[in-house]
Design a protein around this ligand. Structure first.
Ligand code: SAH
Length: 236
C-alpha cells in the first residue's frame, strides 16, 4: 500500500548564527530523517531583518547594566517575516525546564519556531507580544540559545514517526515511565573480570523484566528523589 505523503514536522530557527544549523542534527538519526523529509529545517539570520547600513540587532539596556539586549523591532520583523508552523519558543535559562513531556507535546504538533538569544537576552516586549513559550535547557548559562535549541530539536526529532525503527527503543527509555533507565550489557560476556548479571543470561523474560524494573526504581530513588516522589505519588 502506498503511504500518504505527510507534511514534514517543521523547525524554524531564528538566530544570529544560522550556520550552527543543522550542525549535529545533519548527522546520524536526525540527519537521515532530515534527508528523508520527516522533518524540515529553516534557519534564518536575524541580522537580515535589521535596518540600516550597520544592521545593528542589539542596544544597551534601559536602566543601565552590563551587556547588550536584542532589539524588539528587529526580532519582531524576523518573527513576522519568517513563516513556519507551531508556537514561538524562546530559549532562556529562566524558562520552563525542558523535559520529555514538553518534548512529546512539541513533537505532536506541526513544528516550532525557535528564537535563539545572544548577549544578555532579548527585549521583554517582543516575548509578550508574541506570547512566546520560554524554555530552558537546564540550570546553567550558555553563551547563546543555539545549543539549547539543538538539544530541544534533537529530543523532538527522534520521537517523530519513522525516525527510530523499533518502537521498543522509545518505550523503555528514561522518563517514558517516569523512571531512569536500567543498566545495559552486551558482549563480551566477561570483560576484565567483570561479569554480566546472571539473570540477563537466563532467557527468562519475566525475571529479566522484573530485574530491570527493580534496577530502574533503585537508580531513580537514589539519584533523583524528585522523580521518585512523582513516580510513587503520581497524584500529589
Ligand atoms: N542574561 C541571561 C543569560 C544570557 S545568555 C540570564 O541571566 O538569564 C545568552 C542567551 O543564551 C540567552 O538569551 C538565551 O537565549 C540563551 N541561553 C543561555 N542559557 C540557556 C539555557 N540554559 N537554556 C536555554 N537558553 C539559554
Amino acid at each position: 500500500m502506498e503511504e500518504m505523503a505527510r507534511e514534514p514536522w517543521t523547525a524554524t530557527v531564528l538566530s544570529l548564527f544560522p550556520e550552527m544549523f543543522p550542525g549535529p542534527l545533519g548527522l546520524s538519526l536526525a540527519g537521515r530523517a532530515l534527508e528523508d523529509g520527516i522533518w524540515s529545517l529553516n534557519a534564518v539570520d536575524i541580522r537580515g531583518f535589521a535596518p540600516g547600513k550597520h544592521r545593528s540587532v542589539d542596544d544597551s539596556p534601559f536602566g543601565g547594566g552590563a551587556g547588550m539586549v536584542m532589539r524588539p523591532d528587529v526580532l519582531d520583523a524576523a518573527i513576522r517575516g519568517t513563516p513556519g508552523p507551531g508556537p514561538l519558543v524562546y530559549m532562556t535559562p529562566r524558562g520552563r525546564l525542558l523535559d520529555q513531556a514538553l518534548v512529546r507535546e512539541l513533537a505532536a504538533g506541526p513544528g516550532v519556531k525557535v528564537l535563539c538569544g545572544r548577549f544578555e537576552g532579548v527585549d521583554q516586549r517582543v516575548l509578550d507580544a508574541h506570547q512566546a513559550i520560554e524554555v530552558s535547557a537546564g540550570d546553567f548559562v550558555l553563551s547563546g540559545g543555539e545549543p539549547a535549541a539543538l538539544i530541544m530539536l534533537d529530543a523532538i526529532v527522534r520521537l517523530l514517526p519513522g525516525v527510530i525503527g523499533k518502537e521498543e527503543s522509545l518505550v523503555e527509555e528514561s522518563f517514558e515511565w517516569g523512571l531512569l533507565e536500567y543498566p545495559h550489557y552486551t558482549r563480551p560476556q566477561s570483560w576484565e573480570g567483570r561479569e554480566v548479571p546472571e539473570v540477563l543470561l537466563s532467557g527468562h523474560h519475566e525475571k529479566i523484566r522484573a530485574w530491570r524494573k527493580r534496577q530502574a526504581e533503585e537508580i531513580t530513588r537514589r539519584r533523583r528523589p524528585d522523580l521518585w516522589d512523582r513516580y510513587t505519588q503520581p497524584l500529589k
